[in-house]
Design a protein around this ligand. Structure first.
Ligand code: AMP
Length: 187
């Protein structure tokens, strides 16, 4: 089973992904985590992306798509993928479709966690205190939200017509959202 968690920054994708990892014995594919790791390890990619990430801008599709490709063909992870933060652009969504076809996989569920801007800002400001992420500053949060509206929201049109697309009100408490997701997965 492969699942996409879709939604603005601060929608709770990471939290729900961790729950799903346990539930389906899967693997969380967080491009944000992978990119932060490249920066931490000071790799060639890390050096290229550090400024854009700290500015709340997207990393290029080329870099993100290359990170994803390896995972889709990993026999241990195949068919147990929980995408958290990918795809985030039409180009990435098309790339994912292509890679899924090539690796003989499909997406079983797309969950769109819908949360408004005010709630996002409140949540990320709280997360900043706990995780101390450099892109969780208020100015950067606002930029990340704008980037989401411009580049990621159009991906919704790409997915929202599909039968396995489910919109979930992300303003609910974590446990309530988990329960809602579970009702689909258990059927
Ligand atoms: P996240 O941890 O998902 O909130 O992502 C943190 C940051 O990583 C984003 O603001 C982007 O700069 C970058 N990033 C993560 N995933 C992607 C992606 N799929 N495409 C482009 N940039 C990404």
């Amino acid at each position: 089973m492969n699942i996409i968690l879709f939604g603005p920054p601060g929608a709770g994708k990471g939290t729900q992904a961790k729950h799903l990892v346990k539930k389906i014995n899967g693997f969380q594919i967080s491009t944000g985590e992978m990119l932060r790791d490249e920066i931490k390890k000071d790799t060639e990619i890390g050096k290229i992306i550090i400024n854009d990430m700290n500015d709340g801008k997207f990393v290029s599709d080329e870099i993100v798509n290359s990170l994803i490709k390896k995972i889709l063909f990993d026999p241990q992870k195949k068919d147990k993928l929980i995408f958290d933060g990918y795809p985030r652009s039409i180009n990435q969504a098309k790339n994912l479709s292509l890679l899924l076809n090539e690796s003989n996989q499909k997406i079983d569920f797309i969950f769109f966690l819908n949360v408004n801007k005010k709630t996002i800002i409140e949540r990320i400001e709280k997360r900043k205190i706990i995780e101390n992420r450099s892109d969780d500053e208020l100015n950067t949060i606002l930029k990340r939200y704008d980037t989401y509206m411009e580049t990621t929201k159009p991906v919704l049109d790409f997915y929202s017509e599909k039968a396995n697309f489910h919109e979930i009100d992300g303003a609910f408490e974590i446990d309530e959202i988990t329960t809602k997701i579970d009702t689909f997965i258990n059927v």
